[in-house]
Design a protein around this ligand. Structure first.
Ligand SMILES: NC(=O)C1=CN([C@@H]2O[C@H](COP(=O)(O)OP(=O)(O)OC[C@H]3O[C@@H](n4cnc5c(N)ncnc54)[C@H](OP(=O)(O)O)[C@@H]3O)[C@@H](O)[C@H]2O)C=CC1
Ligand SMILES: Nc1nc2c(ncn2[C@@H]2O[C@H](COP(=O)(O)O)[C@@H](O)[C@H]2O)c(=O)[nH]1
Length: 327
């Protein structure tokens, strides 16, 4: 394995500006046949997204992926979104009942515009089988598969029929996979993204480990078409997590999809719960992300997102926990 690095180990090198104002810089991205305002998607987790946020994001030209933890509501969700003239984007797992869900969608003639296979270890025959099943029954859905952390996995899922792959095993803020199993891309997510994107022939979603808005630009530089973010989207007024007050300060919960809080039992736990300080309105964060990314594009010497892909970078230091505490 060649030298590796993570987000905080890298700085992008500025190039001469071609714009007079950052407002001239266009942060939009094409993904799965649609144009979105930002190359950013809130994580498909229960404390990050719900139906109401999904409607807001779709109505305002942002990408979203609904989580898969209220499986009985997904069919109506797809119908409801499409009846409103909005795109539908849902997640599935790989267990038997998930095949039933795909069959039901096909029987009812419902075709979600986006489907994401969301499991911890995406480089597996169970995911390849599900990719083939979805592509057979719902070929028009744009299919995202993950999560993976190696070029081999990206190629295998693409070859099976995935339209995009999601890269990131263990870099998440509420992830304890790296601690409990010793495996993953935690501590070298950005380098893993670089290796995966070199092997990819289709778009990649960088998933997990984003701690600052500058990390979005770094993800784009190292090959991401889209960046999935959990912790920075937690704690908003609209966020589904529980709100608590401590010493007059408001906090909201954010828990892992493989935590005991999600699973309701202590079995194969690979996620934890934390409380993040209340952040106000979701749109304010989206607006700030857009302004910061416009600034990144200007430093890249361009006026479109694409400019970031070609900038130089330097390695400034190395640290494995990306600023996170272990517990
Ligand atoms: N991105 C990341 O780093 C991680 C994300 N997660 C998130 O947690 C949620 C739950 O994930 P997951 O446990 O996969 O979902 P499920 O509990 O739905 O498991 C999916 C299937 O994969 C099997 N499975 C799970 N882990 C492995 C593994 N390491 N090797 C082989 N088979 C496995 C499960 O069987 P069995 O349970 O019997 O093993 C089950 O049959 C998802 O939302 C996922 O994205 C979880 C961990 C890491
Ligand atoms: N290992 C685990 N990873 C998890 C779990 N729940 C979600 N995730 C992953 O984290 C990202 C979000 O990362 P963040 O750094 O932006 O907060 C999410 O998209 C999943 O891929 C979990 O329980 N364990």
């Amino acid at each position: 394995m060649e030298n590796v690095f993570d987000y905080e180990d890298i700085q992008l090198v500025p190039a001469k500006a071609i714009v007079e104002s950052r407002s001239e810089c266009d942060t939009s991205v094409q993904f799965g046949g649609r144009s979105f305002k930002l190359p950013v998607v809130p994580a498909n987790m229960q404390t990050i997204i719900d139906e109401k946020i999904a409607v807001y994001l779709a109505e305002n030209d942002y990408f979203y992926i609904l989580h898969r933890f209220k499986p009985e509501q997904r069919l109506d969700f797809v119908k409801d979104m499409q009846n409103r003239g909005l795109y539908a984007s849902v997640s599935v797992g790989v267990k038997k009942e998930e095949y039933d869900f795909i069959n039901l969608l096909a029987e009812e003639g419902l075709v979600p515009e986006y489907i994401t296979i969301d499991v911890a270890h995406g480089h597996s025959d169970s995911v390849i089988k599900m990719i083939k099943h979805i592509k057979e029954l719902l070929p028009a859905s744009f299919l995202i598969a993950g999560n993976v952390g190696t070029p081999e996995a990206v190629r295998e899922l693409e070859n099976a029929g995935a339209d995009a792959t999601k890269v990131g095993i263990g870099p998440g803020k509420v992830c304890i996979t790296k601690i409990k199993t010793g495996f993953g891309t935690g501590g070298w997510q950005l380098a893993a993204l670089r290796l995966c994107s070199k092997a990819a022939s289709k778009p990649i979603i960088a998933d997990g480990g984003i701690r600052t808005h500058g990390d979005i630009a770094k993800s784009v530089r190292f090959g991401a078409s889209m960046v999935m973010i959990g912790s920075l989207f937690a704690g908003h007024e609209e966020s589904p997590g529980e709100t608590v007050e401590k010493d007059g300060v408001l906090f909201k919960e954010y828990f892992g999809s493989a935590s005991e809080f999600q699973k309701g039992e202590k079995k194969n736990v690979e996620g934890k719960r934390m409380y993040v300080e209340y952040r106000g309105a979701l749109q304010d964060t989206l607006t700030e992300m857009q302004q910061d990314l416009q600034s990144s594009i200007s430093y890249a010497g361009g006026d479109k997102l694409e400019a970031i892909r070609y900038v130089d970078y330097v390695i400034v230091k190395n640290s494995i926990f990306n600023g996170d505490k272990v517990y």
